[in-house]
Design a binder for this molecule. Sequence first.
Ligand SMILES: Cc1ncc(COP(=O)(O)O)c(C=O)c1O
Length: 342
Amino acid sequence: MIEHLVRDNILRLTPYSSARSEFKGTASVFIDANENPFDTGLNRYPDPLQWKLKAQIGAWRRVEAEHIFLGNGSDEAIDLLVRIFCEPGRDHIVIVPPTYGMYQVSADIANVAVRSVPLQNTFQPDVEAILAQSDAHSKLLFLCSPNNPTANDMEPGRLRRLIAGFPGIVVVDEAYIDFSAQSSCIGWLKEFPNLVVLQTFSKAWGLAGIRLGMAFASEEIIALFNKVKPPYNVNELTQRAALEALTDKNRQEEWVRTILWQRTLLTQFLSGLEYVERIYPSDANFLLVKVRDANGLYRYLADLGIIVRNRSSVPGCEGCLRITVGTPQENEKLLEALVGFC
Ligand SMILES: Cc1ncc(COP(=O)(O)O)c(C=O)c1O
């Protein structure tokens, strides 16, 4: 159904066939992959398709394992999407800035053009403008909800109109969805064969260090991911760590509750500071804050060893800093520092 969107060389590609994926059945002697036979606990290549982990993720997100791709962070999924669908010099991606920077970077690395349709003042996507500026070479539309760095959810009605009307693949990046009251778009997958939903273990799950990202999509799109991915893209330690984390979802939910409560406290405190001009509503684990002297405040905090993200030179975020909600102790330090700035 989406075959016409795929690059010709990817359709023609004979993928690498890994030793473990060719063999189906039970065996006790594995002398096929030039591994060291002595047991270190990690001497074997990992499952290239991570079936055990996908079964657990699928049960948690109510999706069949065949609709899941796992990558070395969701950044890997973003990169693969560009390489699967966009022919350099001919096709382009569409982004809605200000938004996550890796969409543009992945396209730039692949030498694929980028069409930008800025978000409206409310930080919502301009549905009519996006559709008007899209054509048969608009292969990917990246929407980030909740959006980084503006922190807001995109309205479901707008997302649906874009997915229904866009001529290519629509990627909804839900890296921050666990902090949002809005539901995931995963439930729409059956309705929209051109939808890809990205999520990650790097945020609410507290596992940025293991590099594990998820893409949820039709079996057809997942088969394309599997065709182009490096054979063992998710290592054994990562698979084990994620399986372990999934056995204790309460811990993740408790962190999210604490972070949301800390976000409320931070917002209240910041709104009392005379140099804070605006705190944008947040559906994520960070705040976008407009201040009188963003560069000055950024440097002042950095000198005290507190690093926030300076977004003041990003069009649409002029004068803004992006502040991640830290631990209660880290937030306390930030607040103490902020009262000393004038
Ligand atoms: C919107 C968004 N998508 C994706 C990522 C990257 O996620 P991962 O760590 O899974 O590569 C980030 C990281 O900051 C992000 O903000």
